[in-house]
Design a protein around this ligand. Structure first.
Ligand code: SF4
Length: 364
């Protein structure tokens, strides 16, 4: 097996992305087979443990408080509720639970302690536990690691240049800083992005440069197709074509051979044939459940039918890395420091984000 390359340039990535499709698929499928079982796909379940009311202005996100979309917000779920959902997910073939909270950043205190208890509880069910909670400090990442967290998700979303067109409340370097804080622990990194937000192909390549030049590369990379939600600044974006999705998956597979590539939001817009092509191109995970945080997702039974049709098996947990141990709260080595991650406040504002906010106010 060749060594993973960490100095990909944008031009090299564009050259791969733009190859004739049959060549691109052949190369991606060959690399995929060298590093992964091509008949195994991980089923992950995404739980929105705290929904809505987020102070950030990510232009694609219905959970940003400023856009007043029609989502039902909820306070932080209880540990028992999360446990019940994790057990249900496990019985339908999921080996990973990703818990998402619509927070700008983690704050030490009761709610974070509750999340740590959720991590302990799910790890004890022998499932991989992932969290996506916004920006975190190194101390908070260490506390999650100690509780038994397997992965932390923090997406780069797009290229550094296009990121500024979508989000104005924090900078790209803030994302990288959180990823770096996670890297200082034993927790694996999950980071990817979204296509179909109006970006150019160069931006997709730019995002892949940022991800693939991290050393080590992220263990997990979700590739999302934008689900345009009414009331958000990106509500009028047309769905991304399946060909773009396949090219993006294949390119990610080629430049990040060991990474688990996750087919994430936007699967309801894809046919089974389209998804099969993505699996052939190197995607080896899907998210299960009828909702992905707040946007629609295929039903788990439909997914199991698709697995049967394609001869795919759900991946067992901890294939790539051993299950972390869980340290109980009373035995913790780390105290809550009450610190906040520092983040930059970019000076730009995004016109369409501001107009979405104004429009939402006027229909109230
Ligand atoms: S993507 Fe996350 S940080 Fe951005 S608005 Fe939505 S919940 Fe908040």
């Amino acid at each position: 097996m060749s060594e993973t390359k960490h100095n990909w340039t944008k031009q090299e990535i564009l050259d791969i992305y733009n190859k004739p499709l049959m060549e691109l698929l052949y190369e991606a499928a060959t690399i995929h087979r060298l590093h992964h079982d091509p008949n195994t796909v991980q089923v992950s379940t995404l739980l929105s443990i705290k929904t809505g009311g987020c102070p950030e202005d990510c232009g694609y996100c219905p959970q940003a408080a400023r856009y007043h979309t029609n989502i039902e917000g909820n306070d932080l779920m209880s540990v028992q509720q999360v446990k019940a959902q994790a057990l249900r997910a496990k019985s339908s073939g999921s080996s990973r639970v990703c818990m998402g909270a619509a927070w700008r950043n983690v704050k030490d205190g009761e709610e974070f302690d509750q999340v740590l208890e959720m991590v302990r509880t799910i790890n004890k069910l022998d499932m991989e536990v992932c969290c996506t909670l916004g920006m975190i400090t190194e101390n908070q990442a260490q506390r999650l690691a100690e509780a038994g967290l397997y992965a932390y998700n923090h997406n780069l979303d797009s290229s550094e240049e296009y990121y500024k067109e979508v989000i104005s409340t924090r900078g790209y370097e803030d994302r990288l800083e959180t990823i770096d804080n996670v890297r200082k622990t034993n927790v694996t990194v999950c980071s990817g992005g979204i296509i179909g937000m109006g970006e150019k192909i160069e931006d997709r390549a730019g995002m892949l440069v940022a991800l693939s030049t991290l050393n080590p590369q992220p263990e997990s990379t979700p590739i999302n197709a934008l689900v345009a939600v009414d009331g958000t600044p990106l509500e009028d974006q047309q769905p991304v074509s399946i060909w773009d999705m396949v090219r993006m998956v294949a390119t990610t597979r080629i430049i990040m051979p060991e990474t688990q590539v996750r087919l994430s939001a936007g699967r309801t817009q894809m046919t089974r044939e389209g998804q099969a092509m993505c699996f052939f191109a190197g995607a080896n995970s899907i998210f299960a459940g009828d909702k992905l945080l707040t946007t629609p997702n295929p039903d788990v039974n439909e997914d199991m039918e698709m697995f049967k049709l394609l001869g795919l098996n759900p991946q067992k947990p901890f294939i790539k890395k051993m299950q972390p141990e869980t340290v109980e709260a009373k035995d913790s080595e780390y105290e809550a420091l009450g610190e906040k991650p520092k983040w930059t406040r970019p000076e730009h504002t995004i016109e369409r984000n501001e107009s979405a906010k104004e429009k939402a106010k006027s229909v109230k």
